[in-house]
Design a protein around this ligand. Structure first.
Ligand code: SF4
Length: 377
């Protein structure tokens, strides 16, 4: 654990009422100011000539990184600092790799299938992270977008490899290795950990790999490729390796559904990813073409954004200008979330050339709402 400013201060002359208390030789006005800076690693410990060996030892241990970071073809693994995501965040997502044996007569087909796999995430496309080539001797690989490494190159990396012989043993090894790295900062356990998944059936492999992503594999290496399994694992990984302090958000822009014309209906919502996908999913599945204006609201949901003043009439007005809604569309009606019905008057004042129609509270009610609305238009 990193030391706090107060913990550091206890060892400094001012706390011990010794000579040189608050002498400013370190460039800080007080010992407390020095301690606070040191805790944030914004000053070197050597700046205070009166720091004793005990603090030096405790401090250097506290700032030591528990797990090494390794780079493989631009992918970073390891470098984790905490046991639980909510303590801070996990840093480098578990790499999902596949071994391809170039001695196998179907290896090119296998490469093609792996290379063609991609799934769409929030503002990002996901693919297989890495192909490990076994028995590679300059065979033709074709054009690959997935990173490749030979088995020989892989074996030179400073990675702790675990063979997934049985679930209980692998699970316990992963947990004890991470605990020794984080809690004890034991150098013997500081390398990133890779699990070779073996050749179980795909359901067992998916279930076990899901656990290992949560606790605590830095890399999973599969012998068999399966699109459904990878989609599942990538989705899970996406949930584990996001910063819990930062809400997921989408880009603020004008989204189109079902090839809309300039006079198609226009919805408006915030850029909180869950809200966006709930609304977008409904708009994609109704027969009526539409637009969706997404307001930049720091990734907050509708009511949270409103109460934090991230969804104001002024912001809506600025977004309409920025996205050039007037220039690009002839529609002058915007459907706002039902939860913001109370904003209608202020929106009218801020954007007088648009009419604001109160929509639904829940995205699931959009289909019925649109049916009634289009009947009256
Ligand atoms: Fe305190 Fe800074 Fe003087 Fe050290 S050098 S005793 S930290 S004021």
């Amino acid at each position: 654990m990193e030391m706090t400013g107060l913990q550091i201060f206890k060892y400094l002359p001012a706390a011990k009422k010794e000579d040189h208390s608050n002498c400013k030789e370190c460039g800080c006005p007080t010992c407390m100011a020095f301690a606070l800076k040191l805790a944030k690693q914004n000053i070197e410990i050597e700046k205070c000539p009166y720091v004793k060996g005990e603090l030096k030892e405790l401090y250097s241990h506290s700032i030591k990184h528990p797990q090494k970071t390794i780079e493989i073809k631009g992918l970073r693994i390891g470098g984790e600092n905490v046991l639980y995501r909510h303590e801070k965040t996990f840093i480098n997502p578990t790499i999902l790799a596949i071994v391809v044996d170039c001695n196998n007569s179907a290896y090119q087909k296998q490469l093609e299938r792996i290379n063609n796999f991609e799934i769409k995430g929030i503002n990002q496309m996901y693919t297989v992270d890495l192909i490990i080539l076994k028995n590679y001797s300059n065979q033709e690989l074709g054009e690959l977008k997935v990173n490749t490494i030979t088995l020989e190159e892989y074996e030179k990396l400073e990675i702790l490899n675990i063979k997934n012989s049985d679930f209980k043993t692998t699970k316990e090894t992963l947990i004890s290795t991470r605990e020794k790295a984080i809690l004890e900062k034991d150098d013997n356990y500081s390398s990133p950990v890779a699990v070779w998944m073996g050749t179980n059936d795909k359901f067992t492999t998916t279930a076990q790999a899901s656990y290992y992503i949560c606790k605590y594999a830095n890399m999973l290496i599969f012998e068999n490729f399966d699109e459904a399994m990878f989609s599942t694992l990538i989705s899970l990984r996406q949930n584990i390796f996001t910063d819990p302090q930062k809400p997921l958000q989408v880009e603020s822009k004008l989204y189109e559904f079902k090839d809309p014309k300039k006079d198609s209906i226009v919805f408006l919502t915030t850029n909180f990813a869950l809200t966006f996908f709930a609304v977008a999913n409904e708009l994609e599945n109704i027969d009526v073409p539409s637009y969706l204006i997404v307001i930049p609201a720091d990734g907050m949901s509708v009511l949270t954004a409103w109460s934090a003043e991230k969804f104001t009439a002024n912001i809506v007005s600025k977004t309409i200008d920025k996205l050039q809604i007037r220039e690009n569309l002839t529609t002058r009606k915007i459907i706002i979330p039902g939860l913001l019905a109370h904003m209608t008057e202020e929106l009218k004042e801020a954007v007088p050339d648009f009419e604001f129609i109160v929509g639904t509270h829940e995205a699931s009610a959009i289909r019925e709402f649109v049916k009634k609305l289009t009947a009256t238009l």
